[in-house]
Design a protein around this ligand. Sequence first.
Ligand code: CU
Length: 176
Amino acid sequence: MRRLLLAALLILPVAAHAQSGIALTDAFTRAAAVGGVGGAFVTIANTGAADRLTGVASPDAEKAELHESLVDNGIMKMRPVSGIDVPAGAAVKLAPGGYHIMLMGLKHALVAGEAIQLTLTFAKAGPVTTTARILKAGASMPAGHGMDGHGMGGHDMGQMPGMSMPGMPMHDAPAK
Ligand SMILES: [Cu+2]
């Protein structure tokens, strides 16, 4: 009986997610050039015990990080965060202007209308994969985004723990 249940969970990843209580919906990113960076967003619903998002990866990017956008002295900035708490019974929305997934070193151009895969890793639920739709680039996105060394040319920000990005322009303002 136990073995049968395990087999069912392996065959049906959706069932496994339901068991952990974590469900990912409405994932999206935006059109971007190969080698560049892009923000990705998703809604995390947790019907189980309190959990914490601790990492993210995409087969379409060299590197992915969890970031937080904030206003400092009236200027929108962002910085890496080690994780994002997902309280029991709560939904946490990664959205433009707040927490987001930063894709760096895109392996191919992100073309509007297509989709990429995102795998979010949770402390308790483990890895949960979802598909993010690629929307067209937001008109309010700064033209220079991705040209300032943020993830360009194999530059690895992961080797600089605690690094902040003063002056980093807001990259993921809502598309209008
Ligand atoms: Cu970011």
